[in-house]
Design a protein around this ligand. Structure first.
Ligand SMILES: *Cc1c(COP(=O)(O)O)cnc(C)c1O
Length: 386
């Protein structure tokens, strides 16, 4: 929901821009931290969801660790001030340089995704005279019941070590002197809204944990990953039910007193706290369809083109009208997938109206590109509008 004051302010800004509601971000961060504290759970923020400097600063100041998927994210996390002992590093394709940088920074843990990667980390650590802490990312073959393009925990996905390779993995861990095994890691997908999925994950984690313990490994960390979804259809219902989410893990995960449970949340922490604000350039009323052509396109927000993602679209210059018109809301980019929504019901819309594309805080600004030699996308923060 935007106030009249917000909308007046928006009219003075150059569109398109990402608008961040930092107060909402803070409330979301507090809600999650409070819910996690009940069970002593540790939460790392998945930086790839949004690495806007101000957003990162808020998250760091709220006590979160960082979950990184590239060497640059590791270095960025350190630059922003995340504690090195709270940085984890996942990714199927860590380069030698990225591993070396992370070893130099003495991060908390590498989440390792293949046996070959274990050998490489061991070799690079040996050269540096260092020990590397590692958790094994296991692909548990649990269906996340989300869009297939954001599913990561099935046998056919590239992520993690599959169950049939675990014997080899255990043998490799035993022979690599510079690797310190600290636990097991999972991340089965994103935008997960059915919490039963997490029950199934817990059951599998318990089995894998027992498997490692049976072979003499001590598990200090159970890292269950992230993936908690947000309600894209109701962007004003803004804070996810973190209490219900964490309760599932408390109820279904078998945790020994000496063990820590770690989470890696991205979307759920930042998704609702931003909207992409765009201006209507043209309205084309066709025979079969009406089009609204925006000054924002897939170059600013890629999710609809990349995985047919739904975002609520609102005309914030017009009051909601009784008579709605159906529009396809598209961008200016020379691609047919450059479409934000089809048959979207809106009040009759004119050139110059402001359109809000909601829930764009996660995987929005960070995925912007300069395709078509577009300008870098602008950004505005609630606290800076007076
Ligand atoms: C992307 C990612 C996350 C966060 O996913 P969300 O759906 O944004 O919560 C967590 N862990 C890993 C390893 C990831 O790649």
């Amino acid at each position: 929901m935007f106030s009249n004051k917000d909308i007046t302010q928006f009219a003075n800004l150059e569109t398109p821009f990402y608008y961040y509601d930092l107060a909402l971000l803070q409330n979301t961060l507090n809600a999650c931290a409070d819910a996690a504290k009940v069970y002593n759970f540790h939460v790392h923020y998945a930086m790839k969801a949004n690495f806007n400097q101000k957003v990162l600063e808020r998250i760091k100041a709220s006590g979160y660790g960082a979950d990184c998927v590239s060497g640059n994210e590791v270095l960025k996390a350190i630059e922003v001030g995340f504690g090195k002992d709270k940085i984890v590093f996942a990714g199927v394709g860590k380069s030698d340089k990225e591993i070396n940088d992370a070893l130099d920074q003495d991060i908390f843990c590498f989440n390792v995704e293949s046996i070959q990667e274990l050998l490489v980390i061991n070799e690079l650590a040996t050269k540096k005279g260092k020990k590397a802490k590692v958790a094994i990312r296991i692909n548990p073959n649990v269906d996340a019941h989300t869009h297939h393009n954001i599913t990561t925990g099935l046998d056919e996905n590239k992520f993690g070590i599959n169950s049939w390779d675990l014997n080899d993995c255990a043998a490799t861990l035993k022979k690599c002197a510079e690797l310190e095994f600290i636990g097991i890691h999972f991340h089965i997908g994103s935008q997960i809204t059915n919490l039963d999925v997490y029950k199934n994950l817990c059951v599998r984690i318990n089995e894998f944990a027992a498997w490692f313990e049976d072979r003499g490994f001590v598990i200090k960390v159970l890292n269950v990953g992230g993936g908690l979804g947000i309600d894209y259809h109701n962007p004003d219902q803004q804070i996810p039910d973190f209490a219900a989410y964490f309760k599932i893990f408390n109820d279904f995960l078998e945790v020994r007193p000496s063990q820590e449970v770690h989470f890696e949340l991205g979307r759920a922490l930042v998704g609702q706290s931003s909207s992409l604000i765009s201006k209507v350039l043209y309205v084309k009323n066709g025979k079969k369809k009406n089009f609204i052509i925006l000054d924002a396109g897939m170059t600013e927000l890629m999710r609809p083109a990349l995985y047919q993602a739904y975002h609520k679209i609102e005309n914030i210059s017009k009051a909601a009208a009784d008579v709605a018109v159906k529009y396809d809301v598209v961008g200016p980019i020379c691609e047919s997938t450059d479409c934000f929504g089809k048959e979207v019901e809106m009040p009759e819309t004119e050139r110059g109206d402001l359109i809000a594309i909601r829930s764009t805080g996660a995987y929005g600004e960070v995925m912007a590109s300069r395709y078509n030699l577009r300008e870098n996308v602008n950004v505005a923060f609630s606290e800076e509008l007076i």
